[in-house]
Design a protein around this ligand. Sequence first.
Ligand code: S3P
Length: 172
Amino acid sequence: MDRRIVIVGFMGSGKTTVAKALAARLGCGLADLDAIVSAQQNMGVPELIKERGESSFRDAETAALQVVLDRQAPRIIALGGGAWTLERNRELISKHECLTVWLDAPYDLCWQRITDHPAPRPLALDETAARDLYRERQPLYALAKIRVGVTDQMSTHDLAAKIAEAVERHAT
Ligand code: S3P
């Protein structure tokens, strides 16, 4: 089987949208970790964080990641923004030899998308909290194998093509 691809990046970097386009382009399946956690817990991720706390959400997230990785399929896995920042999750991903792709979007673009998006992000409730988290996480996202720079000029299609090329280059 072709190597699995894990998409990481800050909230609003476009992980889910780009992962869908990439899966369509490569003709393979997609798992969205937030959607899986939400289905398993029967609750939206924002509610889960608000009602049970971040640590409980992180445990459910790691458990879901473990199941997805053990299952061997699908090929594309989109993480929630915080999943990659936990060492235990990075270790799991590395143990399963997945290729990690960081969607590196500028802070302003992420913030604009966070505020435009109807789904609340309990960990980015205000600009200062979001900016601090963004700064703190950049060095961790940079641990991904492949970095793809994102600008607001680039379409989802462009980004999926860029990732597919980078993955191809990485394989040769
Ligand atoms: C989080 C990002 C969210 C979601 C949760 C926590 C984070 O996913 O997992 O609200 O810690 O960055 P998106 O990155 O898809 O918004």
